[in-house]
Design a protein around this ligand. Structure first.
Ligand SMILES: NC(=O)c1ccc[n+]([C@@H]2O[C@H](COP(=O)([O-])OP(=O)(O)OC[C@H]3O[C@@H](n4cnc5c(N)ncnc54)[C@H](O)[C@@H]3O)[C@@H](O)[C@H]2O)c1
Ligand SMILES: [Zn+2]
Length: 430
């Protein structure tokens, strides 16, 4: 039996919040579309109290940011980037161009072509998310994108030096200190001072994620990557304290971040609330994490792994940490999630910051139709074809002619027929 020991806010509350965000974003996008840089500047002043002479950082400003970062921190950033680059490169190498003769004389193929320009949004409202610079900028560069531009909001009233250093080390071609909807809009629509890009990538708060969603079509987007969600699936092989740490560690992202505990352990279900209180007492970010846990935290007690799996699939969480006796049981069966973290030795924070898999992951159920950001999102797969012999063209042409006929498309049919007439040797039966 599946028992909901603690529940989060109902779906209607979330839907209402989404509607408000949608309306706000729509109005800002329309305004930036009409008034360009002037509007960007006004929104930056309004939301971020930030209106520098130029949003783009010059070479000297970038150098000054890097100089302000301690050497140890630069080394740590380089280590994280090396891990992300290593895995992204292996993933890139797994994407192969293909060319095959599917019928005698018929050659079909595809080529993987990187996009020409992308805009990376690096979140920095609440926390300066340095790691998002590696995840977006560096991965785009491994994919072979020529122009990679990056935007992050000011942090504590100035460009965050660590973010700027990470963007630069990852290979960003243009760096801007600009946040929120105005940054996403400026990169996607283009303004007098920023040339538009072909795709916008990167995570962000509800406004940023919604701006990307509304701009989709006009530009590409990587995926819907809004406020963080986390899930821990566990049994008696771990203790309540570890589970509490792993839930709250992600609940600190923001007051609307859900954290789900799905457990087959009655002990953990019973002990978790007290463990949460105890862990909150040692976190500086307790004022945020306690709100998200209170409003959106859930404890679900199940009788079996099968029930736990059913709940996990229903909730389709961005992060799913599995700390059971046999985590691979879930790896083999789960189909709806952003990323899996298997076993008690790893956790979502390793993935967020350093281990090498990408941290930009689908939220709000987007894991039903996409995985997270990866090198493949920056690469377009384009097909081509050629026909090597007259015989092959006539053979395909005769099928094509009849198939066009069934669709009443005489123009298409004539494209086939003219080739059959010209290429078919005299005297061959029709
Ligand atoms: N899904 C993922 O892969 C993933 C990964 C990392 C982080 N995240 C999420 O990224 C988010 C980061 O959020 P953040 O707020 O700290 O930084 P952010 O950079 O995403 O957003 C800050 C910007 O929001 C804009 N803003 C704030 N209030 C606004 C309002 N009322 N109207 C219009 N615009 C407004 C401001 O312009 C500000 O620059 C968190 O929700 C976190 O959970 C998601
Ligand atoms: Zn996180």
């Amino acid at each position: 039996m599946i028992q909901h020991i603690k529940q989060g806010k109902p779906a209607e509350v979330k839907a209402d919040m989404n509607a408000q965000v949608r309306a706000t974003v729509e109005a800002i996008l329309k305004d930036i579309e009409t008034r360009g840089d002037e509007a960007v500047r006004e929104y930056s002043a309004k939301f971020d109290k930030w209106q520098p002479a130029s949003f783009r950082l010059g070479a000297e400003e970038i150098a000054a940011c890097i100089a302000a970062v301690p050497e140890k921190a630069l080394d740590d950033i380089r280590f994280a980037q090396a891990q992300i680059r290593r895995f992204a490169q292996v993933q890139r190498d797994s994407l192969k161009d293909v060319e095959v003769e599917t019928l005698p004389g018929v050659v079909l193929g595809h080529r993987n072509i990187p996009m020409n320009s992308v805009g990376c949004y690096i979140p920095g409202g609440k926390y300066p998310l340095i790691a998002s610079a590696h995840m977006s900028v560096l991965t785009a560069k491994v994919a072979g994108v020529k122009r990679v531009i990056a935007c992050a909001p000011p942090f504590e009233g100035r460009p965050c030096p660590e973010i700027v250093a990470a963007m630069h080390l990852a290979g960003a071609d243009e760096i801007y200190c600009l946040g929120g909807v105005q940054a996403v809009a400026a990169m996607a629509i283009g303004t007098e001072s920023i040339a538009p890009v072909d795709m916008i990538v990167g995570p962000g708060n509800a406004f940023v994620a919604e701006a990307k969603r509304q701009l989709f079509g006009r530009v590409g987007i990587d995926l819907f990557a809004g406020p963080t969600e986390t899930m821990v699936i566990c049994d008696d092989s771990v203790d309540a304290e570890l589970v509490a740490v792993d839930l709250l560690g992600q609940a600190e992202h923001g007051p609307t971040s859900p954290a789900y505990c799905i457990t087959t352990s009655k002990t953990i279900a019973a002990e978790l609330p007290a463990a949460i209180d105890k862990v909150l007492a040692r976190l500086d970010t307790a004022p945020v994490a306690s709100v998200s846990w209170c409003d959106y935290g859930e404890i679900i007690l199940c009788d079996s792994d099968e029930e736990a799996l059913q709940e996990a699939e229903r909730l389709c969480s961005e992060h799913v940490q599995v700390m059971t006796k046999d985590p691979d049981w879930y790896l083999q069966r789960m189909t709806r999630y952003g990323a899996l973290f298997l076993g008690h030795r790893t956790n979502v924070s390793y993935g967020d910051k350093v281990i090498g898999t990408n941290h930009t992951l689908p939220t709000q159920g987007a894991g039903r139709y996409t995985g997270g950001l990866w090198v493949g999102k920056f690469i377009k797969t384009h097909t081509y074809q050629r026909v090597l012999t007259d015989e092959a063209s006539v053979m395909v042409g005769e099928y094509c002619s009849r198939l066009c006929g069934y669709e009443h498309m005489s123009g298409h049919k004539e494209q086939a027929d003219i080739r059959v007439r010209r290429l078919k040797p005299e005297g061959t039966p029709a």
